[in-house]
Design a protein. Structure first.
Length: 658
């Protein structure tokens, strides 16, 4: 261990002992350490487990430091024991430095520094964000959730993937394995040429590395990373092991008695981050198993070399239809519960057991949240048993080692099809005599137009008494069983006059649940009714957009503002097309029909807002204030629509027969 690292370790231990409640009584007085050595002082400090962090997170926070620069890092939950830690600005800077150092060495060309580095995620809770790269002001560091693009058609998915051409991509091996397999199935190997791919977060199998190399015609390297600690080691090009990032980490490998092991002897990996003083993690139990190399690699890479013998892999459960659901799909929900660990197992009849370990039983609301999160992935009729187990011991073992279905690295991240939901709802609502029709409608019917803000919209049309409180009871009970379900109840009679755009959309964009909406039940609204509503709608839309553009507020959420702007732009285009005689309202059809407006200055920005909101492209450079651009374009679109009504007037043509 170099002197600079020894000094950093000594400083970290002194800082943690003096400024955190957790370590004040756990790190011994340095005067009691036999040798004036950071390693000896570290060895006298007790181990830290995930359960410790979940029980006392605030006690690990330092009492000093600029908290405005601290950020929360969340683990994905592949272990069944998700946690949150806070990291300071120095930690983030060091992680960027470690990544850039690895890319310098592995890609061997300085040109990567002029490209974007894009981290690909593919589970519902992952955010899509971007920031300026610290190594080049003209490049970006991006996190892109590819889940919605994944659920689109093959041509659409490949078009989205083409945005990664020439860029550096980082991701979990299971995610890249899925993407590469789909590229191969489409016969598109080599169509997207990435500059390089860095795999991290799970065990890297040689078959995965080979498939990714073949699909994207680029070098593939690996990092040993922990979301809660950062980059622990860099992949060795010669041996398949990892060189410890000693400028930022102290790594120990210990046996069951917590004694350090020698070369070739397997043990548990402990990590100590030297740079995160906001929430020090000292001798943190990773649950990973590894051994030290008995000699240095021939490439002469810096840092001691270790070989992982077991690590993290995604666990899955099997649906009644034989598909697989990755546990990561609902890990973010689990992270918000006051539990120490969650594990899933499956009986031979398909029922799912959800076991949690906690100091106290979950309350009714959290119990419902846990079961509904699993049910959303498994189906509304899935048999789910939630039970509390004893408090966990301090073994540090991983949940998936104790009774889950097993590792299914290629579990495709897809949810329930609307047809499955419609079938379930049809059974639930079938015997109510006051329901004249019920349909699923909106973007949930088309994966290529849905966003993270989209709900599963169900419209229930009744013969009378839409204000009856019993409908609210029914809506709430359905939402408990199917998170994201939004039930609207309205009276069928006169709907076309009260809400003509809604009536048009219900007739065009519907998946029947009870009955089927036709123009016999719901007549197509008259052009006069549509235009009358459009005039009032345009006034409200302009006011909303103007207020959003001029209100002083913290930094805008680019994705949410893109969704809001695209939502209003889409309705403006719907009104214009309906009044020209069109009878198509689905988002994709409207965008295609709106191509005549492409010469308008606002149109390209509206299309970009759609792509960003749907996460069909990486989030743009935040320094260019894209949210302002999208809102301004939407305002221009709405104003252009309003001008058609107020000045030139729209001459309604007879409805088309398409």
């Amino acid at each position: 261990m170099e002197q600079s690292s020894t000094d950093a370790l000594w400083g970290l231990l002194a800082h943690a002992r003096q400024t955190t409640a957790y370590y004040a009584s756990r790190i011994p007085d340095p005067r009691d350490v036999p040798a004036d050595d950071g390693r000896a002082w570290l060895a006298a400090t007790p181990l830290l487990s995930r359960s410790d962090i979940r029980r006392e997170p605030s006690a690990l926070h330092s009492s000093v430091g600029d908290r405005s620069t601290w950020r929360v890092a969340r683990t994905t939950g592949t272990t069944g024991e998700p946690i949150e830690v806070v990291v300071d600005e120095r930690t983030r800077s060091q992680e960027s430095l470690s990544l850039s150092s690895h890319l310098d060495r592995s890609l061997g060309e300085p040109q990567w520094r002029t490209r974007d580095v894009v981290h690909i995620a593919m589970h519902a809770g992952a955010s899509s964000i971007s920031a300026r790269a610290p190594w080049n002001a003209s490049s970006l560091v991006v996190k892109w959730n590819l889940l919605r693009a994944w659920q689109a058609s093959d041509p659409c998915f490949l078009a989205c993937l083409a945005r990664l051409d020439g860029q550096v991509v980082t991701s979990m091996p299971s995610v890249m394995d899925l993407i590469a397999a789909r590229v191969r199935r489409c016969g598109a190997n080599g169509r997207v040429g990435m500059l390089g791919v860095v795999l991290s977060g799970e065990t890297v199998e040689s078959a995965t590395r080979d498939q990714v190399e073949e699909a994207f015609r680029c070098p593939v390297t690996a990092l040993y990373t922990l979301a809660e600690a950062g980059i622990v080691g860099r992949g060795c090009p010669d041996t398949g092991g990892y060189h410890v990032a000693e400028e930022a980490m102290v790594v120990e490998i210990v046996d069951g008695s917590e004694r350090a092991v020698g070369a070739r002897t397997e043990g548990e990996v402990l990590v100590t981050s030297l740079v995160n003083w906001a929430m020090p993690l000292i001798r943190y139990r990773t649950g990973d198993r590894a051994r030290w190399a008995d000699r240095a690699c021939s490439a002469g890479c810096p840092g001691r070399l270790l070989f992982l013998s077991s690590g993290r892999r995604p666990t899955s459960v099997i649906t009644a239809s034989g598909g697989t659901i990755n546990v990561i799909r609902f890990a973010k929900v689990l992270a918000n519960l006051r539990v120490n660990r969650v594990s899933l197992s499956q009986r031979t009849n398909g029922a799912v057991n959800v076991a949690y370990e906690a100091d106290h039983p979950l309350g009714a609301a959290d119990h419902a949240l846990l079961s509904s999160a699993v049910r959303r992935a498994m189906g509304p009729n899935a048999a789910i048993e939630v039970r509390r187990e004893f408090k966990p011991d301090d073994s540090g073992s991983r949940a998936h080692d104790r009774g889950s279905v097993g590792s299914v690295a290629t579990a495709e991240p897809e949810g329930l099809h609307p047809k499955e939901i419609a079938t379930w709802l049809g059974v639930v609502l079938a015997d109510d005599p006051e329901i004249e029709a019920a349909v699923i409608t909106g973007s949930s019917l088309d994966p290529e137009t849905s966003t993270r803000f989209s709900d599963i919209d169900v419209v229930v049309l009744v013969s009378r008494g839409a204000e009856d409180p019993r409908w609210r009871v029914i809506a709430r009970s359905l939402a408990i069983q199917m998170p994201g379900l939004r039930v609207h109840v309205d009276r069928l009679a006169g709907l076309g006059g009260r809400a003509p755009l809604l009536a048009c959309r219900l007739l065009v964009e519907q998946m029947p649940v009870v009955g089927r909406l036709t123009t016999d039940l719901l007549p197509w609204p008259s052009p006069g009714a549509i235009e009358s509503q459009a005039r009032f709608w345009a006034q409200d839309a302009r006011a909303l957009l103007w207020s959003r553009l001029t209100t002083l507020a913290p930094a805008r959420d680019t994705l949410h503002e893109a969704w809001f702007a695209s939502k209003l732009s889409l309705d403006a285009l719907r009104y214009r097309l309906l009044l020209s005689g069109e009878r198509r309202t689905a988002a994709r059809a409207v965008l295609k029909l709106a191509r005549p407006f492409s010469e308008s200055s606002w149109f390209p920005h509206v299309i970009e807002a759609f792509d960003v909101a749907r996460e069909h492209r990486p989030p743009p450079d935040p320094g260019d204030d894209p949210a302002e651009r999208y809102l301004a374009a939407s305002l221009a679109c709405v104003e252009a629509t309003a001008a058609e009504f107020e000045h030139t007037g729209i001459e309604p043509r007879p409805p088309s027969r398409s």
